[in-house]
Design a protein around this ligand. Structure first.
Ligand code: ZN
Length: 283
């Protein structure tokens, strides 16, 4: 039996099953303190039977380098109590099972790439409470000096959005500071889907995310960008982003005819299915 955790800032999603496409039980827990949340998760797995391998897709920042002394730890997160939490070590001990550890968005990217067999390169970007992205090239998640932090690139400001300082505690008006759910709320007092379709907010947010998509196409030459998360579900937004990305690209990129922007085929399950796939690779 494989086990999986999609560890988010507000909740942990847990699942078990014999393979990534067959989840036999799932559960979710609020993310409170590490002691409470990790213990409750381990207890739930124990009640399901013996887990042969566990895959974790986590919020970050996290240490993914197997050679690092603090591999498997959450590192400098602003989330109180979670700094330097040894998540992988805790579950390896608690479940006596091998543990695979990656970001939630890399896990989601792995799952979305696997259901597009013709596609060798894919980015998964979630736009919700925060903005983060994972990248899969030739079936493998990309890690470099750390893991990608695509939410913190700095877009050119939209002419109708010059005054808002942005809400990122580190960079102010980075992509997450301008286009995440809380950034939308800070400007307009509600979510994007609550604003009428002709409200300027749709154009502004689509422009920022389109700049990120254009950058991904230009830097990594991915074939597909999958847009997940709550903000991406705003009716019409993905089409608007795709159109604006084409406009910015101006037909110049050599792969542009093959590059596309899509909703996740796995819906909200991409992360947990990807975490099961991480476990499957270990088993
Ligand atoms: Zn930032």
């Amino acid at each position: 039996m494989l086990g999986a955790i999609e560890a988010g800032g507000t909740k942990f999603v847990l699942a078990v099953g014999p393979s990534p496409d067959r989840i036999t039980a799932r559960h979710s827990l609020p993310t409170t303190t590490p002691t409470e949340t990790l213990r409750a998760a381990a207890d739930w797995f124990a009640a399901q039977g013996s887990v042969g391998a566990l895959g974790i897709g986590t919020f970050g920042p996290a240490e993914l380098d197997r050679k690092a002394a603090n591999w498997g730890h959450i590192t400098n997160t602003p989330k109180p109590g979670w700094q330097d939490c040894d998540m992988a070590g805790f579950f390896a001990d608690a479940l006596s099972a091998p543990v695979a550890f990656d970001t939630d968005v890399n896990a989601a990217a792995i799952a979305e790439a696997a259901v597009r067999p013709a596609c060798g390169s894919l980015a998964y970007v979630t736009i919700g409470t925060g903005i983060g992205g994972g990248l899969v090239m030739r079936g493998e998640p990309v890690h470099g000096a750390g893991h990608p932090e695509m939410g913190h690139i700095v877009p050119r400001r939209h002419p109708a959005d010059r005054d808002f300082p942005g809400i990122c505690p580190h960079h102010g008006d980075c992509l997450e500071g301008l286009a995440s759910g809380p950034a939308i709320h800070a400007r307009w007092g509600c979510s994007l889907s609550q604003l009428p379709a002709d409200h300027i907010a749709h154009e502004v947010i689509a422009d920022y995310i389109a700049q990120a998509c254009h950058s991904l196409f230009a830097i990594a030459a991915v074939e597909v960008i999958v847009l997940g998360g709550g903000v991406s579900k705003t009716p019409g937004l993905i089409d608007r982003i795709a159109a604006r990305t084409r406009e910015i690209g101006a037909g110049y990129l050599p792969g542009h005819a093959r590059q596309r922007i899509e909703a996740p085929l796995h819906g909200d399950n991409a992360g947990i299915i990807g975490a099961l796939m991480l476990a499957e690779h270990l088993a």
